[in-house]
Write a protein that binds this ligand. Structure first.
Ligand code: AMP
Length: 218
């Protein structure tokens, strides 16, 4: 089993790249955010614990996250590469992941850092609009709706998410940068960090990730 990690600011396109890697590289995409949202829906003890933190936009305690990830790693019987998205978020989580993987003779093989200029991130997020009904995603300039504020797909109302206003976006980016700096340093020191230029078309970003993985046999 190989382990890859996807790092990228909000708006860097992590979700899209992960989806493409699932199709092209047969990886198993693991988003701790998705796992926590399912736990909340299912009303499990982890969900009950995580809910408050998530609603406040705070990080869920490291131990809870590491327990979740530990269960997942133990249950992963196949040889497929695991691609973590949204994990690790702290250095303690990164150290905990090392311990978990070491138990299976594994390690973090590659960390792909999606690099997008800040001005572009702000434009992508602050210009993003979503359909209230079906969740379709638009952009005021790049992917406009045919009729103002009306979803092309379902006719639902198209709105701006409250956390996509420019001020909130700047704050989210600052929080991300603060949280991630130490992780980037941690993995760069080990020589497993790959900086991927991710400001262009999504296909180019995907190819850059695949090239980095192939050229280093990770
Ligand atoms: P995400 O979907 O990755 O943006 O995560 C949504 C929320 O879930 C975050 O704001 C955190 O509250 C929580 N969360 C997800 N992954 C982690 C993690 N690795 N460590 C701590 N909290 C997390």
């Amino acid at each position: 089993m190989k382990t890859w990690i996807l790092l990228g600011a909000p708006g860097a396109g992590k979700g899209t790249v992960a989806e493409m890697l699932v199709q092209e590289a047969n990886v198993r995409h693991v988003s701790t955010g998705d796992m926590l949202r399912s736990a909340i829906k299912a009303g499990t003890p982890v969900g009950l614990e995580a809910r408050g933190y998530m609603e406040r936009g705070e990080l869920v305690p490291d131990k809870t996250i590491l327990d979740l990830v530990g269960d997942l790693i133990r249950s992963e019987a196949s040889d497929r590469t695991i691609l973590f998205d949204g994990f690790p978020r702290t250095k303690d989580q990164a150290a905990g992941l090392d311990l978990l993987l070491a138990g299976f003779g594994g390690k973090v093989d590659a960390v792909f850092q999606l690099d997008v200029p800040e001005a572009l991130l702000i434009d992508r997020l602050a210009g993003r609009r979503v359909c209230r009904a079906c969740g379709a995603v638009y952009h005021i300039r790049n992917i406009p709706t045919r009729v103002d504020k009306v979803c092309d797909k379902c006719g639902g109302e198209v709105i701006q998410r409250p956390d996509d206003t420019e001020e909130t976006v700047r704050n989210r980016l600052a929080v991300y940068a603060r949280q991630t700096l130490e992780l980037i340093a941690f993995y760069r020191e080990r020589g497993v960090l790959f900086d991927i230029a991710a400001g262009g078309p999504r296909q180019e970003t995907l190819q850059a990730v695949l090239r980095a993985a192939a050229s280093h046999s990770v």
